[in-house]
Design a protein around this ligand. Sequence first.
Ligand code: MG
Ligand code: MG
Length: 258
Amino acid sequence: MISTKSQREIELMRIAGEIVAKAHDALISSLKPGITTRDIDTIVERVIRENGATPSFKGYNGFPAAACTSINSTLVHGIPDSTVLKDGDIISVDIGACFKGYHGDSAWTYAIGNVSPEALHLMEVTKQSLFEGLKKVKPGNRISDVSNAIGEYVYGFGYTVPFEYTGHGIGAQLHEDPSIPNYGEPGRGALLKKGMCLAIEPMVHMGKPFTRVLSDDWTVVTRDGSLAAHYEHTVVVTDDGYEILTVLRNKEDHSQNG
Ligand code: MG
Ligand code: MG
């Protein structure tokens, strides 16, 4: 069952989404060689709590942190720890915040220092695949139209997507129906309707699509050790398209405040 949200619910999700965006924004100046993934998690949790929200991921099925920090061949669900980031690493940081009972969820992949052209290309393609998917988010299209647009774009560069990790509906629960794969035939699944809230999140491998979960039962890595990237926005379906919820809404004000 896919819910549509009321104007009041959407406004709470705008606030949750902006808090997630603020947490990402607060990281940018710190993402340099020498920082640990625990440092990243500390910044993320501080920003979320300073803004009156709670970290959606902390305690979710027992996940121990506010952010997922996934380095290089780690696809998703990396646990922050004392690992020090090095020049040339890429790191995907996935952040969720809950404000008055409603969630925002957004992931971004960042370059640490000087990264290889191959890694930058993977990041660029993954980011653009998110926007290729978003172009299909409008009433009357179907869920798999979004999936197909992401997959076809990614496959065009010879990259792959994992089969078992998907985007999802979002609202009062972090993960709601529907599941939104990053590949597949178009024209299938539920019709998109105004007020549906979706977390669209392409995950892309440079190599083969297969994954493996490490013995911590969380960390998902590419089985062939190839690099992976991950970009995600939470959006609401509008009359004729979508609105991204996980963005800074008063960017000028924010940058003036540093
Ligand atoms: Mg996420
Ligand atoms: Mg998500």
